[in-house]
Design a binder for this molecule. Sequence first.
Ligand code: SAM
Ligand code: SF4
Length: 454
Amino acid sequence: MIDKNYINGILKASLNPTTEEIRLIMEKASKRIKLSHIEIAMLLNAHDEKQVHSIYDIAGKLKEEIYGNRVVIFAPLYISNYCVNNCKYCGYRRDNKFARRKLTQDEIKEQAINLEKLGHKRLALEVGEAPVETPIDYVVESIKTIYEHSSIRRINVNIAATTVEEYKMLHDIGIGTYILFQETYDKDAFETNHPKSLKGDYDYHLYAFDRAFEAGIDDVGAGVLFGLADWKFEVLSLIIHNEYLEKKFGVGLHTISVPRLKKAEGMDLKDFPNIINDEDFKRLVTVIRLSVPYVGIILSTRETKEMREELISYGVSQVSAGSKTDVGGYHDEDEEDVAPDQFELSDERSVREVNKDLIEKGFIPSYCTACYRKGRTGDRFMSLAKSGNIGSICEPNALMTLTEYLMDYGDQDLIEKGLKYVFEHSETIRNQKAKEKLKENIYKIIKGERDLFF
Ligand code: SAM
Ligand code: SF4
């Protein structure tokens, strides 16, 4: 699937694109016409300031047209830091000596309830790879516990690459997206960063989504840990991976995550020569947006508030908020953290602060999980996205779930500002029927009804 010589050849052949070439590619992208590899490579190689700004502008325009002002909110939940792998970049790797911890089902229930108290409805479950301490049965039981004991409505799962049988178990329990980061598509860098470990098998990792699809999962999310290899190579590889899945299974990636390498215990950022700067990072997010307009882009609290807000305008559609990357991290403020973090964070605002800031900037924090619950996953979700009905379905759903959030978890100030925003924004819904139904539902939610969606 990933041919290093081919990708490097394309990157070389597209150096120094002219302004006219970039203009023509932008014209194509704004009409949502699929870009070729060479065109994507030209966008990655664009150097002139004007060219770069036109890339940002068109990415922002596409984001706005397809997703409106919505931004989906979620939180990661780390349930175990046991890990047999030795990923050179990760604070949880086996060479780091600290008291490992996995949560009991009672503790998981408590964490889910604490996340619910922050207003979350959507989690990304994170587990290190440890077949003995945290076998698949433990993961499945933990998912059951969360669904049964909290109002969390969607659990995306980020566990190590595994077998068809184990993916079937995840599918049967009703996970949201199965997330797995390739970390790096560069085979040499992959092998250097994953020495002597289960995770060290490049092909087994690369073809994990094939096994997931075989098991019936039709909703998968990829990612690259940017900083391990050349970022331009990684972006083209992500696009090729997506095309491969679309061709083979009729449905591509639902999301792409763009984590950037952060300082972690037992590693030094100086040992990673491919760390990427802010400008290149913005470029890669905007080029992904232009290349795969319907794929969600996820940004975590590894990035600063400023970077997150800027990139939401240019292409990011989901952000985590109020995140903890230590096991058992969601607790009262006066309790101490007992486990180490997987890596350092750059945005430590509370969920409420994140939402306030988003609303002030004109975005709609969304807690919508309707597609998952209505079975609109895989190709059915894609047809909704491509049909242009996102505006009359997703936008009202976002506004309804935001109203729910405001009423249940907002303080006085947030409720006032938020409701004003919700009502103003409902007026902009173009579909008259949807607009009326939406307003009716907003009043119902204010009066206490819950869980309304289209
Ligand atoms: N152990 C599973 C795995 O590796 O697939 C679960 C995911 S792990 C808890 C989540 C992700 O965190 C990893 O895939 C990796 O990309 C990312 N990560 C690890 N160390 C990091 C660091 N120092 N900075 C930023 N992200 C990091
Ligand atoms: Fe383990 Fe995942 Fe960290 Fe690698 S990235 S050491 S597999 S937790």
